[in-house]
Design a protein around this ligand. Structure first.
Ligand code: LR7
Ligand code: MN
Length: 585
């Protein structure tokens, strides 16, 4: 069995962060009260900042805004600041259990505004008033309470009442305490009318979980969401409109990026779904031929899986999901193939935007430790891929004789619906797919990858004011993963020179970036390849002479100023001189 997370295939192009366009509303819950107090106390340094570019909030649709460059910064980097042991525990346990920054998630509360990432044209668009109402199905397993409730409230806050038939939460037998009693009472007190909570008696996995959710739904359209999403302005109307026109159309929003480290919401480029012969989902650039539909929709060979809308009766007609698939993985390609091969179509509508927290690893496994992705992929390969399953086995020879259970029901569905062949699908829907050379590794598309390196704003040595020594690599500055220490300053030594760039990265000798591991906030930083997506490599420099690490919420300090070892460490920010640094040129 593979460790959870290894099958990760859902990377998104990460790029310029977007703005936030309003004040967050802090929730008046008793347990949140102390946090509100902290916010109130430290207004000047703790209130999330919201500067917005002039264009993003305009609703007149006049001029075209100039990308998202002008729209930084967004959330205050200090939203993640650790003040005491308790904060540190919330953050570290949060990363451990959920693989994202739960400290920031909790502080954001259950309501916040997100930047309207839609193209200007979307704001002028009119949607039919008579649209089918939706049942929103959200399955969760051990989700962070605040992320789950922000998902629910974002739907309630940004969906017109008459289009929201209900929200159905499916608890997939979570073990976390607060998802039991606390969730029950929160729903009872605040959400009784709108939200139905269904509890699975045993862990079913997200695939059967969604079918259970759907079986409780009575709305005309089903909309599935992950439990760590935030829907954007007018997100639902563009999903429902194509379904009203043609009930065999399945529609996905553009999935915007919520940073796992900073919870900053930023726009995704418009890409469409594909896959590789390892049966991993990937993003592809949109071909020119797809760029001129009147409503801006894009036909997509596959969906990412978590976020889509589908006519409820059509969901059943088309055979729901494969009940024999467990826990996680593969169902997204299975339903995508089935939609296209059996007479439907799958669209991405760029005017619908939903943010999703993209984590670097999956924080859970399957109950027996099985590789459910492989099991599920095998089932879909045998049902849908005809001889092209050989392309998969060429990459995964060990799976050729692996048992995959009974697929007769699924094969019968394919027959009953008189579905096209897989060759038809490749020829007509995914002609980009290379059949001859399946071994070529498929890279995720990084639309902005060609971007110039961010501009260096300042250069110099980083001198610690207590030790009067400079921050340098412990070994060679080119060594990935190497530690940093303080040593005697040498103005002539190019290996002591740091650059501080507009992305708030600290780059040593033009080579590697100062980087924090996510796992423990108190671990010392190290030198890593610059990744350009903020979070673990984002430092603020200046105020109080702190070197403040944004995703960790702590400051860099010399561990023992008298020791010749020169170790540095992350510590709760205070005004001691051991935390004061100067970048001198
Ligand atoms: O056993 C489980 N039971 C559950 O209820 C395991 C998970 N879940 C829930 C979980 O709490 C979450 O709400 O199911 C949802 C999806 O699980 P994630 O968030 O761990 O999945 P993911 O975002 O890593 O993976 C993507 O691929 C999956 C393949 O099975 C699903 O289709 C996810 O819905 C899908 N997510 C998205 O498409 C969001 C965008 C990611 C991309 C690209
Ligand atoms: Mn997810």
């Amino acid at each position: 069995a593979r460790p959870a997370g290894e099958e990760w295939s859902c990377e998104r192009p990460l790029h310029q962060r977007g703005p936030d366009n309003g004040q967050p509303r802090m929730l008046a819950l008793p347990w949140a009260a102390s946090l509100c107090a902290i916010f109130a106390m430290g207004q000047h340094r703790f209130q999330p900042r919201f500067t917005r570019g002039p264009a993003i909030h305009r609703r007149d649709g006049g001029q075209v805004h100039k990308g998202h460059e002008a729209l930084k910064p967004d959330l205050s980097p200090e939203l993640g600041m650790i003040f005491n042991k308790q904060d540190q525990e919330v953050r570290d346990m949060g990363y451990h259990k959920h693989a994202f920054n739960v400290l920031i998630s909790n502080r954001l509360g259950y309501h916040r505004d997100v930047p309207d990432t839609r193209n200007d044209k979307c704001r002028d668009r009119n949607y039919p008033v008579a649209l089918p109402a939706a049942s929103i199905v959200i399955c969760f397993y051990n989700e962070a309470f605040s992320a789950l409730l922000r998902t629910v409230h974002s739907v309630l806050d940004r969906t017109p009442n008459y289009l929201l038939h209900e929200i159905i939460l499916v608890d997939d037998h979570s073990e976390l305490d607060d998802l039991k009693q606390d969730l029950d009472s929160y729903i009872k007190q605040h959400l009784q009318k709108e939200v139905k909570l269904v509890r699975n008696e045993k862990r079913e996995g997200l695939i059967r979980g969604r079918m259970i959710g759907a079986s409780h739904a009575t709305g005309e359209v089903l909309v599935f969401l992950d439990s760590h999403c935030e829907v954007n302005e007018a997100w639902l109307q563009p999903l429902l409109t194509p379904i009203k026109e043609d009930r065999k159309t399945v529609v996905c929003p553009v999935i915007d990026i919520i940073s796992a480290d900073t919870l900053v919401y930023s726009p995704s480029p418009i890409v469409r779904g594909g896959f590789n012969w390892g049966l991993h989902f990937k993003w592809d650039p949109v071909p020119m031929s797809e760029l001129n539909s009147p409503d801006g929709s894009i036909r997509s060979p596959t969906m990412a899986g978590g976020l889509f809308a589908m006519d409820r009766n059509y969901f059943y007609e088309l055979g729901q999901y494969d009940r024999g698939m467990d826990i996680w993985g593969g169902e997204n390609l299975e339903i995508s193939f089935r939609i296209w091969m059996c007479g439907g179509q799958l669209l991405i509508v760029p005017c619908s935007r939903v943010g999703h927290i993209f984590r670097k690893r999956r924080p859970y496994g399957s109950p027996g430790g099985q590789d459910t992705m492989a099991h599920n992929s095998l089932r879909l390969a045998h049902v849908w891929m005809d001889d092209y399953k050989e392309q998969y086995f060429a990459l995964r020879p060990e799976l050729r004789n692996r048992d995959y259970g009974d697929i007769s029901e699924r094969v019968a569905i394919r027959k009953r619906l008189k579905c096209h062949s897989f060759k038809w699908y490749l020829d007509n829907i995914y002609p980009e797919m290379q059949v001859s050379s399946p071994h070529k590794p498929q890279q995720p598309v990084f639309i902005n990858k060609g971007l110039k390196r961010p501009k260096v704003l300042q250069r110099g040595r980083l001198r610690n004011m207590l030790a009067d020594k400079c921050l340098v690599a412990q070994g060679r500055p080119s060594q990935k993963g190497g530690a940093v220490v303080v040593r005697d300053c040498d103005p002539q030594d190019p290996e002591q020179e740091w650059g501080y760039d507009e992305e708030h990265e600290l780059i040593l000798a033009g080579l590697l970036c100062l980087d924090m591991s996510e796992i423990r906030s108190s671990d010392p930083p190290r030198l890593m390849k610059c990744h350009g997506s903020g979070g673990s490599q984002q430092w603020t420099l200046g105020k109080n002479n702190w070197l403040y690490q944004v995703s960790v919420g702590q400051c860099l300090a010399v561990a023992d100023p008298l020791s010749i070892k020169g170790y540095v460490t992350m510590a709760i920010c205070d005004d001691s001189r051991s935390q004061q640094w100067q970048l001198d040129g």
